[in-house]
Design a protein around this ligand. Structure first.
Ligand code: FH3
Length: 287
């Protein structure tokens, strides 16, 4: 029997649900069209029971709180949210270009020109977030989507917080992108430098196809704390090497109020061996 309208989710009825686009942390994401306007969007459906089972209520609340206050071309659009007895629905921008990590998987690695274009875009998105005193804290290719014209869109603000923060929530998933201060056991407060570090990891991965400290969990932890980056291949230009190395020199102490004072940071951190192996710039593949 058809349920009386009172039990129909009034908001959900406003959308036509299309094909599943993929899985987020606590549910699926569907292509959707807003009936009245015809506007295409992505509907992220979160299951309340699953959220409670994972004690992730704060995670979801933070994602909605932070994401709903952001509006920038380099940040995936957040248009609203609603819920029914079982589910929470986030109405998000549909990124027609899909997930960046699939593109990186397919291409293996990006040319320096393409990597530089992406890093510049991520930098502008980060400057916007940091300008609003927000750290993303979970930047990785899986959380970056592509718009219709190949522009980058930061997504998934479940781990973002207002800086500085000494939040110690359990960061699940890979350690690859986390800076030393976030994986050392001492109680520390995080600053925006965490995103600066991750930008270096992203750059390295765009240029080589692998994250710089990837190893077994235990060895990754040690590599990160010792800033023991896997040496960049010889085909990488010395300028690109310098940019990546500079991201790992910036320590938490030297990155206050969004301005890295390179002088102090260089004195604090020994120049890693890899940095001295500048080689001539290799062939730069076209896009
Ligand atoms: C950051 C994050 O939440 N990632 C997991 C979710 C999977 C689909 N999500 C999308 C979200 Cl949240 C928004 N737009 C998307 N567009 C696509 C997509 C487009 N193509 C051609 N292929 C795909 C896939 N997916 C999305 C995000």
């Amino acid at each position: 029997a058809v349920k009386p309208p009172i039990y129909q989710n009034l908001h959900l009825g406003l959308f036509e649900i299309g094909k599943p686009l993929g899985k987020g942390k606590f549910g699926r994401v569907y292509l959707a069209r807003h009936r009245d306007s015809g506007y295409i969007c992505a509907l992220k459906v979160l299951n309340k029971d699953e959220i409670s089972r994972e004690a992730a209520e704060t995670h979801v609340r933070r994602e909605i709180e932070v994401h709903s206050n952001l509006r920038h071309p380099g940040v995936l659009g957040f248009y609203g949210w609603f819920h029914d007895s079982r589910r929470i629905f986030l109405i998000l921008e549909y990124a027609a270009g899909g997930e960046l990590y699939r593109v990186l998987q397919r291409e293996g690695r990006f040319s320096e020109r393409r990597a530089a274009k992406y890093v510049a875009q991520v930098t502008l998105s980060l400057l916007y977030l940091h300008g609003k005193n927000i750290m993303h804290r979970d930047m990785k290719p899986e959380n970056i989507l592509l718009g219709l014209h190949g522009e980058l869109k930061l997504a998934d603000f479940g781990y973002s917080v207002h800086a500085p923060s000494n939040r110690r929530d359990t960061l699940c998933g890979t350690l690859d992108y986390l800076p030393p201060e976030m994986i050392q056991s001492r109680e520390v407060s995080y600053t925006k430098a965490v995103d600066q570090w991750t930008l270096g990891v992203l750059t390295y991965e765009f240029l080589t196809g692998q994250p710089p400290f990837e190893d077994t969990v235990a060895l990754t932890r040690r590599r990160i704390v010792n800033r023991d980056m896997k040496p960049l291949p010889s085909f990488i230009s010395s300028e690109a090497k310098d940019f990546v190395n500079s991201s790992f020199f910036i320590t938490q102490l030297s990155y206050q109020d969004g301005h890295a004072r390179a002088g102090e940071s260089r004195s604090q951190v020994p120049i890693p061996q890899a940095a001295s192996e500048y080689s001539t710039s290799g062939p730069d593949r076209d896009d």
